[in-house]
Design a protein around this ligand. Structure first.
Ligand SMILES: [Zn+2]
Length: 332
């Protein structure tokens, strides 16, 4: 049985469970990346359209309270059992669409949000993150040849296979994105002109809006279990210099178990962060490690999946733990 079969079984099971469960209680930290206008082409598979995002914010309010991440951290630390669902909204990376489309929605729904920034892409608009370049290749080329493999990029499954195969190569094989792209770029392809990140002016207006807290996400978004630990503090200092405020929270790039090492957690603590968020799935509980908080991830999912995720956060926490264990066994 493959990991994707197990995934589908879990999803089916969760949908049934969520229909039977009453409104959940817990501390949920939601993870988003990008926003796009409803009806326009999504810039990436991680983007949510503005109407869906607004509906999701309304639904969060119906289920409980939406509070700043700093309040969730306080509650988890103080050991208060949650009497309802408390959620905090977070966005990773620092894309301009969050500044341009998100702020109006945060205002309209009175939603406090935390935005975690990888500073190198703000400092240099010509620096393209490798995952965005992969996405661009997948969308603009018809096929690609890599290590004698001819990959078709015409169909959605083909593009997804290409992106996931290459992402794994870059993250875990030791091959740098530059080495990998050098071969691919010679094929019929034109590079994107610049990245899609916000600039410092946009980040300052977010930070001064009263709705947004800015957090650290390193400089260049490395896999911290492989290196780049000095970027944890360096990214924090860069944000503090530009925004003139203390940066209290951190988000681990990629954020899955194999992306985070004990040394990375130690470096986050040493850099002076009060708490840090991962991509481990599920709700948080009182007394949890503040440097390894869980989040529930949202991409372009429909409303149903959003509701299921929120109503099954506690169960997802258990599954995520078991799933991580089996993934370790399978060497996946
Ligand atoms: Zn990120």
């Amino acid at each position: 049985m493959s990991i994707s079969h197990i995934n589908n079984m879990i999803k089916g099971g969760l949908t049934i469970i969520s229909r039977m469960r009453p409104a959940p209680k817990g501390y949920a930290i939601l993870l988003y990346h990008r926003l796009h206008e409803t009806g326009s082409c999504p810039p990436s598979s991680l983007s949510v359209d503005t109407v869906s995002f607004s509906e999701q914010m309304e639904y969060l309010r119906e289920l409980g309270s939406v509070i700043p991440l700093s309040e969730i951290v306080k509650k988890v630390k103080k050991g208060q059992e949650p009497d309802r669902l408390y959620s905090a909204v977070t966005f990773d990376d620092g894309y301009a669409d969050v500044a341009r489309l998100g702020l109006a929605i945060f205002r309209r729904h009175s939603i406090p949000a935390t935005i975690f920034i990888s500073t190198a892409f703000i400092d240099n608009n010509l620096l393209i993150p490798w995952w965005d370049e992969l996405q661009h290749m997948a969308m603009t080329m018809r096929e690609i040849t890599f290590e004698n493999l001819k990959l078709d990029l015409v169909s959605d499954p083909g593009r997804r296979r290409f992106i996931s195969y290459m992402s794994n190569k870059i993250k875990y094989s030791g091959l740098s994105p530059e080495e990998l792209f050098a071969g691919l770029r010679t094929q019929a392809y034109s590079r994107p002109a610049g990245n899609s990140f916000a600039d410092w002016r946009e980040l300052r207006s977010l930070a001064n809006s009263g709705y947004v807290e800015v957090g650290g996400h390193t400089q260049t978004h490395p896999v911290l279990s492989k290196g780049g630990l000095d970027e944890i503090g360096a990214g924090k200092r860069r944000l503090e210099d530009e925004l003139g405020r203390r940066i209290r929270f951190f988000s681990y790039p990629f954020g899955e178990r194999k992306d985070i090492s004990a040394e990375a957690v130690e470096s986050v603590k040493r850099a002076g962060f009060e708490a840090a968020v991962t991509s481990f799935s599920g709700f948080n509980r009182t007394g949890d490690n503040l440097l390894l908080l869980r989040r529930i991830k949202f991409s372009g999912n429909g409303g149903d999946e959003f509701a299921v995720n929120l109503r099954t956060g506690d169960i997802k926490r258990q599954i995520n733990r078991t799933y991580g264990f089996f993934q370790g066994l399978l060497g996946a």
